[in-house]
Design a protein around this ligand. Structure first.
Ligand code: MCN
Length: 807
C-alpha cells in the first residue's frame, strides 16, 4: 500500500453483530497499536477517585475570589476595599496598586506574532480601565471560599462608563469607540494569504461566481471543570509551586514566569486531572497569575476556583467571524477560485488570537479541492467582549464552514448535485503531496474514497430522492468534506526504566480527556516489547518532564507519540546490548518479546519459537543497568529523552453527512442520520479515535443548533449561565456512526495524523448544508448558525410569505 492509499474500516449500528475488534477496525498483527484497548484512566474517573485541582488541599490554605468588572468598557474611578478589609475571615484585598508595588510585572504576555499595533498587555488586575465585562479588578483572599466570595461581592467599584462596541465589524467603523489608544481603529492586525491578483484573474475568467455572507457564531467553551489553581510559596526554597488545570504545564510556567517576574526554574507547575479543556485552558489568564502572586505575597497557600459565571465572563471564547466569501466556477463544475474577506473578533485583550486563527484559518480554505487561486484577507478587531482564542478547531472549523457552504451554494446555482461538484474537484491520491495557493501542504489520503464511505452509509442517492417524509417534514442531506492541519511544533518524550523493570513514560503533552495514558502505553509497550501493564504514563509536572509544548491542535499523537516511540527505541537498543552482555551473545542475535530477551538459535537448542534456551528477563536487564556488572562500553542507567519535531504538518481528512427532517410547523430539526467518515492515518486506538469523533461532533452540533453568545450593546454578557447558553444535552445528540479510512502520514514514523478536532470541523457545515437542502424547495439559500427552532421557523414563514407574494 502506498502512503496515499486508503483502507476502509467501519463501525456503526449496522455493524454491531460483527464483534468488538472487527467493529472498531482493529489490526490483527499481535501489536497493541491498532487495538481498541479500554482507557485505563476511566476507572478512577468513574469511581470518583480522580483528583482535580479543586480537590487539592494544602495546610493553611486561604481562598481567593475576584471582584470582576460589571461593565464592558469603563474607567475605574475608585475601588472601595475598606469596608471588606476588616471583615471576619478576610486575609487581604489586592488591587493593581499592590501588584505594581511588588516586583512582579503583573501583565500577561502577548503570545503571538506581530500585530499592526503595540497595545499594552493584559494586566492581571485592572489598571484604570476595564475593556470587557468580567475583567478582574481586585482579588479578595479569605480563610474560606464563602468569606472570599461574599467579601468580593461587597467591594464597591466606581466606574466612569465608556461607549462600548461588541461587534467586530462595527468596531472597525470610524465612529466606533477606541479600545486601545495604540489601535485607534480597533484593528489588532490584518493578514493576507494567497495571490490577490491571480485570484481576481481567475474570477474574471470563470463562467460564474456564487457569493455568501455568513457569520461563524461566537461560542463559549464549557468544560465540566472550570479554571482553578492552588499556589504554594516555599520560603525555604524560594520556589513557587502552582497546581492548576491546563493543557500544557510548560507553557503555563513560561507565562507565569513572565507575569510574576520569577525565573522559570523557580516555578514548578503541576497539572492534576483536567475536566476538559477544549482549547480554552491553553492560554494565560489573570486568575492563575494572581493566585501565584498572592501566595508569594502572603507566604501561605492560596486556592482559586472560577465560578461558572466567572468562567463564561472571563474565559476565552471561540469563533466569532463575519465573512464575505465568493467562489468562481465554470459551467462544467470546475472550481476556479475562492475569495474570502473575514473580520474576526479578538475581544478585549485576545492578543494571540488574530494571527493564530488566521494561520489555521486561511490556509484551509481550499478544503479537499484542487483550487488554483485562493485569496483571504482577515481583519482582527478588538471589541469590548471577553478575549477570543482557540476553541476546539481554532480556525479550522471556521475555514471548512466557509468552503463547504460555498461549494453547496455553487452546486445549487449550477444545478448540479453537491456531491458531484465535490467529486469533480477533489484532489486524487496521486495529486498528493499537494501545496495549496494558501500555503497548506497536504500529505496523503484518498478523499473521494472516504467520502464514498460516508455516502454509502446513508444511501445517499435514495436520500436525495426524498423531499418530504410521511409526516410532511422537509428532508435534507448535507455533506461536508474536511481537511485540517495537525502536528505543530516539538514535543518531549521520556522513557525511563527503573531497576525493577517498571517502565515510566513522560511527555510534555497533557491529556485533558484524550486518553494519552492508554495510547502512549500502547505505543511504548509495543516498541519495548514489554507487557502493557508494566508501562505507566505521566504528564503534567514541569519538575519531571524536561520541556514541552502541550496538548492542542490535535498534535499530541503526532509529536508526543513519536517522541515516546523514539525514546523507547533507544531504550530497547541499550537494553538489548545489556542483555547480550548478560547472555554472552552478539546483540544482533538477541530478541525481545513479552518482556523476555532470547538468543536466536546459536546454542544448539532451539525452542518452539526458534529461539534458544538462553533467556533473561527485562527486569534482570533493568537491574543490571543500574548495577556494578556493566562493561565499560555501556554507561549506567536505562532511559532516553527525545525532543521530537515532525517532518511536516499532517492533514487529517474526512467527510461528514447529516440527514435531517425539518418540521414546517415548529422549525424543529430531527437529525435522522449522522455519519462521520474520518481518516487520521494509522490509528493507535480505534475506540479512542471514535470517542474523539463523538465528542467533537456533539460540540459541532452545539454550534450548529444551540449555542449563541449574546452581548448587549454595552458589553454585558446576556448568556452568562447555562440557563441562557445552549450547551447541548445528551438527548440533543443523535446516535452517530463512524467510518474510517486509513492513509498513513508519510511525515512521521507512526504514520499518524490528529483526530481531536475533526468532529467540530465536520458537523456545522454538514448540518447547515442538510437544513438548507431540506428548505431549498422553499427558496431558502442560507441560514446563519445556530439553527434554533425559531430561526428555522422564521425562515420557513418568510419563505412561505414571499412565495405567496410571488404568486
Ligand atoms: N489517536 C489515535 N490515533 C490517531 C490519532 C489520535 O489513537 N491517529 C488518539 C490519541 O492517542 C489520543 C486521542 O486520539 O488519545 C487524541 O489524539 P490527538 O488527535 O493527537 O489530539 P490531542 O491528544 O493533541 O488532543 C487535542 C484535541 C484538541 S485540540 C481539543 S480542543 C480537544 C480534543 O483533542 N479537547 C478535548 N479532545 C478532547 N477530548 C476531551 N475529552 N476533552 C477535551 O477537552
Amino acid at each position: 500500500m502506498s502512503d496515499a492509499a486508503s483502507t476502509p474500516e467501519q463501525s456503526g449500528p449496522d455493524e454491531t453483530d460483527r464483534g468488538d475488534a472487527e467493529r472498531s477496525g482493529e489490526r490483527d498483527d499481535g501489536k497493541l497499536v491498532g487495538q481498541g484497548v479500554s482507557r485505563r484512566e476511566d476507572a478512577a474517573l468513574l469511581r470518583g477517585d480522580a483528583e482535580f485541582t479543586d480537590d487539592l488541599r494544602a495546610p493553611g490554605m486561604a481562598h481567593l475570589a475576584f471582584v470582576r468588572s460589571e461593565r464592558g468598557h469603563a474607567r475605574v474611578e475608585g475601588i472601595d476595599t475598606e469596608a471588606v478589609a476588616d471583615r471576619e475571615g478576610v486575609v487581604a484585598v489586592f488591587t493593581w496598586d499592590d501588584v505594581a508595588a511588588s516586583d512582579a510585572p503583573g501583565v500577561l504576555p502577548i503570545t503571538a506574532g506581530p500585530l499592526d499595533c503595540d497595545p499594552p498587555g493584559h494586566p492581571v488586575l485592572a489598571r484604570e480601565r476595564v475593556r470587557y465585562q468580567g475583567q478582574p479588578i481586585a482579588a479578595v483572599v479569605a480563610e474560606d471560599r464563602y468569606a472570599a466570595a461574599d467579601a468580593a461581592r461587597a467591594v464597591e467599584v466606581e466606574y466612569d462608563p465608556l461607549d462600548a462596541v461588541v461587534d467586530p465589524v462595527a468596531a472597525t467603523r470610524e465612529d466606533a469607540p477606541t479600545i486601545f489608544e495604540a489601535a485607534p481603529d480597533n484593528v489588532a492586525v490584518t493578514t493576507e494569504l494567497g495571490d490577490e491578483a491571480a485570484t481576481d484573474e481567475a474570477f474574471a475568467d470563470a463562467d460564474r461566481v456564487a457569493s455568501l455572507d455568513l457569520e461563524n457564531n461566537r461560542l463559549m467553551p464549557t468544560a465540566m471543570e472550570p479554571r482553578a489553581a492552588l499556589a504554594r510559596w516555599s520560603a525555604a526554597d524560594e520556589r513557587l509551586t502552582v497546581e492548576l488545570t491546563a493543557q500544557g504545564p510548560h507553557s503555563q510556567r513560561r507565562k507565569l514566569s513572565h507575569s510574576l517576574g520569577l525565573p522559570e526554574s523557580d516555578i514548578r507547575v503541576s497539572v492534576p486531572r483536567v475536566g476538559g479543556g477544549f482549547g480554552h485552558k491553553n492560554t494565560p489568564y489573570p486568575g492563575e497569575a494572581v493566585t501565584g502572586w498572592a501566595a508569594m505575597e502572603l507566604g501561605r497557600p492560596v486556592k482559586w476556583t472560577a465560578t461558572r459565571r466567572g468562567n463564561y465572563l472571563a474565559g476565552n471564547h471561540g469563533r466569532d467571524h463575519r465573512t464575505s466569501a465568493e467562489i468562481a466556477v465554470d459551467d462544467d463544475g470546475e472550481i476556479r477560485g475562492i475569495r474570502v474577506e473575514t473580520c474576526a473578533n479578538t475581544g478585549g485583550y485576545g492578543l494571540s488570537v488574530g494571527p493564530a486563527m488566521a494561520g489555521n484559518y486561511g490556509t484551509l480554505l481550499a478544503s479537499q479541492y484542487d483550487v488554483p487561486a485562493v485569496y483571504c484577507e482577515t481583519t482582527v478587531a478588538f471589541t469590548n467582549t471577553a478575549p477570543v482564542h482557540s476553541y476546539r478547531g481554532a480556525g479550522r472549523p471556521e475555514a471548512i464552514y466557509v468552503a463547504e457552504r460555498l461549494v453547496d451554494v455553487a452546486a445549487r446555482e449550477l444545478g448540479v448535485d453537491p456531491v458531484e461538484l465535490r467529486r469533480r474537484n477533489q484532489l486524487a491520491p496521486d495529486d498528493l503531496p499537494h501545496e495549496t495557493p494558501v500555503g497548506a501542504n497536504y500529505d496523503s489520503g484518498d478523499y473521494e474514497a472516504t467520502m464514498d464511505e460516508a455516502l454509502d452509509a446513508v444511501d445517499y442517492a435514495d436520500r436525495r430522492a426524498t423531499e418530504r417524509d410521511d409526516e410532511g417534514c422537509y428532508v435534507g442531506v448535507g455533506v461536508a468534506c474536511l481537511v485540517e492541519s495537525a502536528g505543530f511544533g516539538f514535543e518531549s518524550g521520556v522513557v525511563r526504566v527503573d531497576p525493577e523493570g517498571g517502565v515510566r513514560v513522560y511527555a510534555g503533552t497533557h491529556s485533558h480527556g484524550q486518553g494519552h495514558e492508554t495510547t502512549y502505553a500502547q505505543i511504548v509497550a509495543d516498541e519495548l516489547g514489554v507487557p502493557y501493564d508494566d508501562v505507566a504514563v505521566g504528564e503534567g509536572d514541569t519538575d519531571e518532564i524536561p520541556q514541552g509544548t502541550g496538548t492542542f491542535g490535535s498534535r499530541s499523537t503526532i509529536t508526543g507519540g513519536n517522541a515516546v516511540v523514539e525514546s523507547a527505541r533507544e531504550v530497547r537498543g541499550k537494553a538489548t546490548r545489556i542483555a547480550a552482555h548478560l547472555l554472552d551473545a552478539d546483540p544482533e542475535a538477541v530478541t525481545l518479546a513479552d518482556g523476555t530477551f532470547r538468543v536466536r538459535g546459536d546454542s544448539g537448542f532451539e525452542g518452539e519459537r526458534g529461539d534458544s534456551d538462553r533467556t533473561c528477563e527485562f527486569s534482570a536487564v533493568a537491574e543490571a543497568a543500574y548495577g556494578p556488572r556493566l562493561p565499560d562500553s555501556i554507561s549506567p542507567g536505562l532511559e532516553a529523552t527525545t525532543f521530537y519535531e515532525a517532518e511536516g504538518t499532517t492533514y487529517p481528512h474526512g467527510t461528514h453527512v447529516a440527514v435531517v427532517a425539518v418540521d414546517p410547523e415548529t422549525g424543529d430539526i430531527e437529525i435522522l442520520r449522522y455519519v462521520a467518515a474520518d481518516d487520521c492515518g494509522e490509528r493507535i486506538n480505534p475506540t479512542i479515535v471514535e470517542g474523539q469523533i463523538h465528542g467533537g461532533v456533539a460540540q459541532g452540533i452545539g454550534q450548529a443548533r444551540y449555542e449563541r453568545t449574546v452581548y448587549d450593546d454595552d458589553g454585558t454578557l446576556v448568556t452568562d449561565s447555562m440557563q441562557e447558553y445552549g450547551v447541548p444535552r445528551a438527548f440533543h445528540v443523535p446516535e452517530m456512526e463512524t467510518r474510517a479510512t486509513v492513509s498513513p502520514s508519510p511525515r512521521n514514523d507512526l504514520g499518524v495524523k490528529g483526530i481531536g478536532e475533526a468532529g467540530t470541523i465536520g458537523a456545522p457545515p454538514a448540518l447547515v448544508n442538510a437544513v438548507t437542502d431540506a428548505l431549498a424547495p422553499l427558496g431558502v439559500r442560507h441560514l446563519d448558525m445556530p439553527l434554533t427552532d425559531e430561526t428555522v421557523w422564521r425562515a420557513i414563514r418568510d419563505a412561505e410569505k414571499s412565495g405567496e407574494t410571488d404568486d
